[in-house]
Ligand binder design. Sequence first.
Ligand code: F0G
Length: 366
Amino acid sequence: MDSTTTKSWRSGGVIERYREFLPVSAAIPVISLGEGGTPLIHCPRLSKRVGRGCEVFVKNEGANPTGSFKDRGMTVAVSNAIERGMKALICASTGNTSASAAAYAARAGISCVVILPAGKIATGKLLQAFAYGAKIVAIDGNFDDALRIVRELGESGDFTVVNSINPDRIAGQRTAAFEIVDEMSEAPDFHLLPVGNAGNITAYWAGYREFREHERSTKLPTMIGFQAVGAAPIFYDRIIHKPETIASAIRIGNPASWKQARAAIMESRGAIDVVSDDEILATQSWLAAHEGIFVEPASAASIAGLFKCCDSGDAAYSFNNIPEASRIVCTVTGHGLKDPDVVFKRMREFQPVAPTSTDVRRAIAL
Ligand code: F0G
């Protein structure tokens, strides 16, 4: 392993920053792509929408090296796998975990197998896994089937499983909560995020609790998770055998961290709610056009959820009576360019015009 594997000009990623809180040895070979340190963006238009002097911040996890929050846990899982001498990773994925695993495996110089539901992975994510050199296996089944197979193959000891059933993944993802507390010098009052396999809500809650215990904050946020209507096992409290949603990243019917997610919601006196595909897509457009943040559909679920808390009579958690000047953080989990197809369909055909300023001015006016 050459020295570039362990050193980066960009401040070293989440292991360097939060080493003392992570399950890593002093001598661990750090496999990092400079993940973490993502922007916490104050959003004036979202804040106005909530009203009552509340402030809304978006934690933009699309700014991670492979364009999603998965990199935070992947650096911890892969560094530990390398320390143990493992030579191959395996994961099931709706797309982002596979992109991240493939990138960190490439960085570490080991192989990576990804098991994906055929035809259900957003174009950009599949391209990433391919470009990073992963061995891609598509199955005639959904994510829950893929995860079952990965669990079985993981038992052989030939592979390190890097799904969030690997505790290193959750441990690394806690760093997003650490960063928020460090930046705000306090925990927010509310934290909203999309929920799929339920690892991320589990990780945020663990991270907030840990920093509260270390007195880096004086309070804990209320956690509010959002699932897509057609893939909402936690909301409906039953396994969904054929989950369906345009937000393919969270198309999951039997989440691995179901119990932990329930605990996070109960302990924080929060809620789990659903948003429709139409709400997700409308919010994805709104966020890009009004706050300049382009996210993939699953990520827009947290903002669609914020709107529901503000506007809808049947919201699981209403923001009508929250304290004035509450601080609300919404995590957006993945970059919009990962899943271009739906947006692409909305674009009209561009008819080229003659290359003169007169023609271009006329075209602008149309
Ligand atoms: N948002 C995005 C963009 C995701 O990719 C995922 C999960 C989630 C939200 C939900 O997070 O599973 O921790 O509740 N993607 C996984 C994957 C399942 O395979 O990439 P969660």
